[in-house]
Design a protein around this ligand. Structure first.
Ligand code: GDP
Length: 496
């Protein structure tokens, strides 16, 4: 498949989508101007929506008919296998006592499940970058209830090596993050562990937020140079694919967890109900501290749009199914009572169980793990990317399809990885010189390097023009996202 063809196709698909987002958010602002006219702006938006749906449906059908699906699937399988083999190689050294190790500790990671898995993901990427075996120290993991073994009851061991069979020098377990490290390659304040500690056999992976002065280039959003070109052909958002490979490996379910996932999957009828929407509604502590409240109605508007598109494509009514995961009380009841045209799939007593989710025990762990897996197995996610739960499901989803980069709507943030090097790289492809009155918008000249910080979901993005140092809004279609690339080991002896 010609790279240009694939990326240009993605550009026009993205462009049509942005045009729709732009019209949907801009047209209602003209309401007053049309007063007295007997035309209602809502009818115009609806008519545009119908046309937009018809174009996207035709484009999706054309994509299916282009005969390239099998090629894409084969390439996707081959790339996944290559990375999987490399990870298996790193994680299963012939001798645990002599292997070079990177220890990833969950001890000081007092945060939710998504946040902890992302911490391990970052450690694992660093292990891959430094050719070390990742050793998970889950001894005081919040979910273990102060006992060992919760990890392995839920997931496969990450490695044949562990804290006990690896001759790891003891560290003071009571070390708090503020304690002074014993040596520069010990536990904290270790900004440059890839460089200064290159010769140490065992190093601890610092908490990502603590790496202030210097950060390795291999952190997200960089993908390895040796697979970047292939990934650019295959996938619309290579970094999510890359992170997805690590998350998929880390979360390989234990036979016990797998049983529960499969049991829920078939009991809820996932296999018979496609297309299913995965809806994650984060409430609880997040709303008070970190994220804005988005009402159920807003989520449901996107669900309507998704099914309408499907119906346009297939030219028949499609039964509407939503797998609803939430930590909100009454969200499920509310949804069931207000949206009778939808079937909501969730475990019984959904709302009654909300209180157990935040429990740092295995009941809570199993509940969130199953929710994340089931969300990832849906056909489309509607959620807030400010939540690591939904980002995790989105990442896992990438392991299940050749390119699922656009199988989502986020009501707030663009996709991001906490602690990553700043922003996505893009190049301006059209010039943009906003009128003075548009003070929030920045200037672009073709060729300018732009760092995208976030999307507004209305056809505009927010970011910095690195050539002029201006920071502000610009029309998303005027830039082209570039893959950020870094040198990683190439593991040349591993073939697929
Ligand atoms: P974030 O705080 O939303 O970014 O994500 P975290 O995973 O770091 O923390 C959220 C925690 O809230 C999770 O670990 C769960 O304990 C709980 N939680 C949030 N949403 C859900 C959900 O849909 N289902 C379940 N079972 N638990 C949830």
């Amino acid at each position: 498949v010609d790279q240009n063809f694939e990326s240009l196709t993605r550009r026009y698909k993205g462009g049509i989508h942005q045009l729709w987002q732009y019209l949907k958010s801009e047209l209602p602002l003209f309401k007053s101007k049309f007063e007295g006219d007997n035309k209602d702006i809502k009818d115009t938006i609806k008519a545009i929506e119908d046309r937009y749906m018809a174009i996207i449906a035709a484009q999706k059908l054309a994509n299916k008919a282009d005969g390239l699906d099998e090629l894409r699937r084969n390439e996707s399988e081959s790339l996944k296998l290559l990375i999987r083999k490399r990870l298996l190689h790193i994680q299963n050294p012939p001798e645990c006592t002599t292997a070079r190790k990177l220890i990833c500790s969950l001890r000081h990671k007092y945060c939710g499940f998504g946040c902890q898995i992302h911490h391990i993901t970052y450690c694992f990427i660093m292990a891959y970058a430094s050719k070390r075996t990742l050793i998970l120290d889950d001894s005081l993991w919040s979910y273990s209830n102060k006992t060992h073994g919760a990890w392995e009851r839920m997931f496969l061991p990450l490695s044949t090596c562990n804290m006990t069979n690896s001759a790891i020098p003891p560290v003071n377990v009571s070390l708090s993050p503020r304690d002074v490290p014993k040596s520069k390659c010990d536990r904290y304040g270790l900004d440059d562990f890839l460089v200064n500690c290159r010769n140490e056999q065992t190093v601890y992976c610092p908490v990502i937020e603590k790496m202030k002065s210097w950060k390795p280039k291999q952190l997200p959003y960089a993908v390895p140079e040796d697979i970047a070109e292939r990934l650019g052909h295959l996938h619309g958002n290579p970094i999510v694919w890359w992170i997805g490979q690590f998350v998929t490996y880390i979360m390989r379910p234990s036979p016990r967890l797998n049983y529960y996932i499969e049991e829920s999957y078939y009991r809820l009828g996932f296999d018979l109900k496609a297309p299913v929407i995965g809806m994650h509604i984060r409430r609880g502590d997040k709303i008070q501290s970190e994220a804005k409240l988005h009402e159920l109605e807003e989520y449901m508007q996107h669900a309507d749009e998704f099914y309408k598109l499907y119906e346009t494509m297939e030219n028949r009514p499609i039964p509407r199914h939503i797998y609803l995961a939430t930590d909100g009380v009454n969200v499920y009841k509310d949804a069931v009572s207000k949206y009778s045209q939808y079937t909501f799939m969730a475990d019984e007593n959904q709302d009654d169980c909300r209180k157990c989710f935040k429990q740092d025990n295995e009941v809570g762990l199993q509940a969130i793990a199953i929710d994340v897996f089931l969300l990832s197995k849906t056909n489309f996610l509607i959620c807030t990317f400010s939540s690591q739960v939904c980002r995790l499901a989105y990442e896992l989803m990438q392991g299940l399809h050749p390119d699922a980069h656009d199988y989502y709507v986020s009501l707030d943030d663009a996709y991001y990885f906490g602690g990553a090097l700043p922003g996505e790289d893009a190049i301006a492809i059209y010039e943009h010189h906003p009128p003075q009155s548009q003070w929030k918008e920045i200037n672009l000249n073709p060729g300018d390097k732009v760092t995208i910080i976030g999307h507004q979901w209305n056809g505009y993005s927010y970011g910095t023009n690195q050539d002029t140092r201006e920071r502000g809004l610009f029309p998303t279609y005027k830039v082209d996202v570039r893959i950020t690339v870094a040198k990683f080991p190439t593991y040349p002896f591993i073939q697929t």
